[in-house]
Ligand binder design. Structure first.
Ligand SMILES: C[S@@+](CC[C@H](N)C(=O)[O-])C[C@H]1O[C@@H](n2cnc3c(N)ncnc32)[C@H](O)[C@@H]1O
Length: 363
């Protein structure tokens, strides 16, 4: 029998749930901050047609190339940018792509990156320790492994890998430097841990820690989430799929904080923070893949989807109709609840837009 070698692919995770959470609608405008192989982007464009638009961002130029080919049928309604999502707001300003109806983050790396032996993400293949999403980044995994002190390495492996054997691993690494390849590192970690590990390979957590550090993944995520709020139109949706607890914690805390009116420490007698909610949680509980999906795509097993909807802050509520309703969009009838927005717009039209204070007092 002839065995066919199939080309590596990336199977998008929680696609139906993502489309639902984004509330994708025809004519909507969306941002996919982690374009990858374009699986989610294709689903968004399919669901938002006719008239949908998509801005796709990926730090990896290879991903942009693959997604561009996949999304060719939608080329007139897509804009694909090879950049880090840490610059999300600047990208949207530069390309005049805001406000939007939905923003998606599908974090981490794609199966294509993991299975590309030359990228150094996996200990399944021997390759130089690189792990950069973008070749323009200066620091590689080899730089970190070979230049950090033992205590810095132990801290990094513990913090980003949640690895219990971080001190032993760091000690072995420092004693065996220089370390150039993935397999060399994986064997050192195996020796350091005495291969004590359940189902996962002993080097899994060390490789995760290095990848997070090389790509500053957690800092970039925090920066991008803050920027996303300013780009969402009224009732626009923010959807994030994460694959490990460090990412998920950041997303959960961010969404919870931004959906509360006061974030003063518990026990503060009166509010001093002045914080007002600008998000509403769409799902109280995190969404995870069905067992059928996990069986079909084992990589999906750790996925967690969280979604929130943009609401107006009190400040915005009292501003002009233009600011509140992003009026051009609303008058074009592009939003999900044009009737409600028209009503809001009318109440603002009935007052002098510069006398918002009077309006507030009349409520
Ligand atoms: C899990 S994959 C996305 C897969 C995609 N949803 C699909 O359906 O094919 C994550 C992608 O995010 C990209 N990425 C990770 N961090 C990034 C960042 N800070 N800026 C831009 N892209 C990033 C990676 O290069 C990778 O292609």
């Amino acid at each position: 029998m002839l065995l066919e070698m199939s080309a590596p692919t990336h199977i998008p995770v929680l696609v139906k749930e993502t489309i639902e959470a984004l509330a994708v609608q025809p004519g909507g405008r969306y941002i996919d901050c982690t374009l990858g192989a374009g699986g989610h982007a294709a689903a968004i464009l399919g669901q938002s047609s006719p008239g949908g638009q998509l801005l796709g961002i990926d730090a990896d130029p290879e991903a942009i190339k693959i997604a561009r080919a996949r999304l060719e049928a939608y080329s007139s309604s897509t804009l694909l940018i090879n950049e880090t999502f840490a610059n999300l707001e600047a990208i949207c300003i530069k390309y005049d792509f805001r406000p939007v109806h939905g923003i998606l983050f599908d974090l981490g790396l794609s199966s294509l990156q993991l299975s590309d032996a030359s990228r150094g993400f996996s200990f399944q293949y021997d390759a130089p320790l690189d792990m950069r999403f973008s070749p323009t980044q200066e620091v590689t995994a080899a730089d970190i492994i070979n230049t950090y002190s033992e205590s810095e390495l132990a801290h990094l492996i513990k913090t980003y890998g949640e690895e219990g054997y971080s001190h032993q691993i760091a000690h072995y690494i420092v004693n065996e430097r220089p370390i150039k390849t993935t397999l060399q590192l994986a064997r050192i970690v195996e020796r350091a841990t005495g291969s004590r590990r359940g189902k996962i390979h002993p080097a899994t957590k060390t490789f995760q820690a290095l990848r997070i550090a090389v790509n500053q993944e957690l800092d970039h995520l925090k920066a991008a989430l803050k920027q996303a709020i300013n780009l969402l139109g009224f009732e626009g949706r923010l959807v994030v799929i994460s694959y490990h607890s460090l990412e998920d914690r950041i997303v959960k805390q961010f969404m919870q904080q931004e959906s509360r009116d006061c974030i003063c420490p518990p026990g503060t007698p009166t509010c001093v923070c002045g914080h007002t909610a600008c998000l509403r949680l769409v799902n109280k509980r995190v969404i995870i893949p069905s067992s059928a999906e996990v069986q079909l795509n084992p990589r999906s097993r750790s996925a967690k989807l969280r979604a929130a909807e943009r609401i107006t802050t009190q400040d915005e509520y009292y501003k002009t109709a233009e600011n509140l309703c992003f009026s051009a969009e609303v008058k074009a009838g592009g939003w999900r609840r044009p009737a409600l927005l028209k009503k809001l717009s009318r109440s603002f039209d009935s007052v002098d837009t510069f006398s918002a204070v009077n309006f507030r007092q009349n409520l």
